[in-house]
Design a protein around this ligand. Structure first.
Ligand SMILES: CC(C)(COP(=O)(O)OP(=O)(O)OC[C@H]1O[C@@H](n2cnc3c(N)ncnc32)[C@H](O)[C@@H]1OP(=O)(O)O)[C@@H](O)C(=O)NCCC(=O)NCCS
Length: 172
């Protein structure tokens, strides 16, 4: 298994993977929008390759945290997908670990996501609202809005309103 940066030759495989993992077009549309934005860091679109097959993909996009005085740059995780026949073998775990490492190295203090409440806590994610973060962009239950720190102390020292990249809006 190789974990590496997505390249142009992977795009079609990543789209097929998203279709198979999620069963719809929303995540493909999201990836197409994100890739068009020059602000997106290509190193934060990461694939897992096994025997020449793209079996997993994870994306981290730039997002904001507004604490009322300062707009901080934070990261957002998503989408994350693993081919059904490769699930529950640690592929998602490796993609999250590599992505968190890269986001930390790029200076992001925190990474936010919407996700499965039983999955992400395994990887250091905690409920965001319980730590003083809010979101107005979308309406979501407390348990799916999660955050993990990438720089020690960031969960304690930061707070405010989180916003995903505008590519996440209007996806239905
Ligand atoms: C969610 C998903 C990315 C997990 O990927 P994966 O490669 O199967 O995950 P891993 O094998 O790394 O799982 C790590 C651990 O989490 C567990 N796990 C996997 N999926 C889980 C889930 N949905 N809920 C709770 N635990 C889960 C695994 O059993 C494993 O446990 P273990 O360490 O005790 O063995 C994958 O199932 C997927 O692509 N699902 C469809 C798309 C999707 O829902 N994406 C996430 C959107 S938030």
């Amino acid at each position: 298994m190789m974990i590496r940066t997505e390249n142009k030759g992977d795009i079609e495989s990543v789209h097929q993977l998203l279709l198979r993992a999620f069963g719809g077009q929303q995540e493909i549309i999201l990836m197409e929008r994100l890739r068009k934005d020059p602000e997106i860091d290509p190193e934060l679109s990461i694939v897992a390759e096994d025997d020449g097959i793209v079996v997993g993909h994870i994306m981290f996009s730039p997002a904001t945290l507004d604490d009322g005085g300062t707009m901080h740059k934070v990261a957002a995780l998503g989408p994350l997908a693993v081919l059904p026949e490769y699930q529950k073998r640690g592929v998602g775990r490796q993609l999250i670990a590599e992505g968190k490492k890269r986001c930390g190295a790029h200076g992001y203090p925190l990474v936010f996501l919407f996700g499965h409440k039983d999955y992400y806590p395994r990887f250091g994610f905690v409920q965001a609202r319980a730590h003083g973060f809010e979101i107005r962009q979308f309406t979501v239950p407390d348990e799916v809005f999660m955050v993990a720190e990438l720089q020690r102390g960031a969960l304690e020292s930061m707070q405010g309103e989180f916003r995903f990249h505008s590519s996440f809006e209007g996806l239905g």
